[in-house]
Design a protein. Sequence first.
Length: 416
Amino acid sequence: MTFTQARTLAAQTRADFPILDQEIHGKPLIYLDNAASSQKPLAVLDALQYYYTHDHANVHRGVHTLSSRATDAYEGARDKVAAFVNAASRQEIVYTRNATEAINLVAYAWGNANLKSGDEVILSVMEHHSNLIPWQLLAQRTGAVLKFVQLSETQGFDLEHYKSLLSDRTKLVAIVHVSNTLGCINPVEEIVRLAHQQGARVLIDACQSVPHMPVDVQAIDCDWLVASGHKMCAPTGIGFLYGKLDLLRSMPPFLGGGEMIADVFLDHATYADLPHKFEAGTPAIAEAVGLGAAIDYLNSLGMENIHAYEQELTTHLVQQLQQIPEVRLYGPQGSDRAGLASFTTGAVHPHDLSTILDQAGIAIRAGHHCTQPLHRIVKAQSTARASVYFYNTQAEIDAFIVALREAIEFFGGIFA
Ligand code: 7TS
C-alpha cells in the first residue's frame, strides 16, 4: 500500500465497523474517544462468533478435539502477538486482562523479589494511574523511592531531567511510550539505553502506541512492554505483557492456581514453563482469539499506513483547534504527536462540552483521563480529549470543530 492509498484508510475500513453506522440523538455518530477504547471490526466479531460456535472448550486440559482446537486458537493468537511486536520468542508473551494487570504482575513478581529500601524507581509525571499506583504500592511494601521526570518546556518528556535522575540507585524505569493526555511520543529507545547503562530495568507502557504505530520490542530493547487489546480493535478483557525471556524465567509467579504448574504436592509445587507460569486459571480464551483476529486485521492495513494516516488527521485536528482563540491545547503544539488532543476552553467546562457534543452525535472524553497528577501540573482540573483511529475522517474532525465552535459561542453568550 502506498502513502496515497493510505489516505483512503477510513473509506476502506468504515464498512468493517458496523457500530459506527448509527445515529446518536438523530445525528450520525462521530466516535472520537479511541484513546479510551477502540471499536471492533467485523473480522473480530466474526472470530468470536466462530470460536464460540465451533471450537470452544477449555485450553491445555483435554485431549478431545474441541480442547485441542481451542488450544490451537489460543496459542496461535500468541504467535500473532509475538510477531506483531517482534518478540524474539512466543514464550515472551504473557496474556493478561489488560495493561493494568500486566504492570501489576511485574510490580509484584519482579518488584517484591528485587527491590529493597532505598532503591529508586523512575517514572514520569505524565503516567497513567496504571503505571503509577502499582509502583506506589511497591514502594510502600519495600521502602523503594519513586522519582518523577518532569515535563519539558514543550510539555513532552524532559530527557535532560531524566538523565539527572538516573544513578546507580536506579533499579527500574517505567515510562509511557505515548501519553494518553499530552499525545507526546516519548524517546523510548534513548530512555532504555540510558537506563541500561546504569543497570536498571525498563518497562514501557505501550497502550497508546501499539494500536497506532509499528512497535518493535527488540529495537526498543525494553525489558517489559505492556498493552491492552481493547484499544487495538480486540475485545475487552485481554492484554499482554512482553518480557525478555531470561528475565521472565527469573521472576516468581504472580497468581497461583491451575494452568501455571508442572508438579503439585500438598506442601509445594513446581511451575510450568513460560509463558504459562504467569497464566493461572482458565484464561480469556475467546478474547485472545479476538486479539489474534484484530492483529490480522491491523496487519492487513499495515501499521505504517495507519500511523501515516493518523498523523495527517492529527495535524489537521491540531491546526483546527489552534485556530480557536478560546482553546488551550496541552502537549506538544507541532505535528510530532500521536492522534489525540486534550484541551480546555475558557467558558465551557469539559463535562458540559462533552454533553453538548454528545447531542450532536460526537463522542469525546472529558475528565482527568487517569492522569490526575499531570492535570495538577498543567493546572487543569479536567480536560476534554478528542482521539482518532484509522477509521475516522477529516470530515468528522471538521464536524467536531464546527460543533465545538458553536458550543463555545453559546456558552460565551451566556457568561458574557
Ligand atoms: N496506560 C495508558 C497510557 C493508557 O492510556 C491506559 C488506558 C492504560 C495504561 C490502562 O489501560 P487498561 O486497559 O489497563 O485500563 N487509558 C484510558 C484513557 O485514556 N481513557 O480511558 C482509558
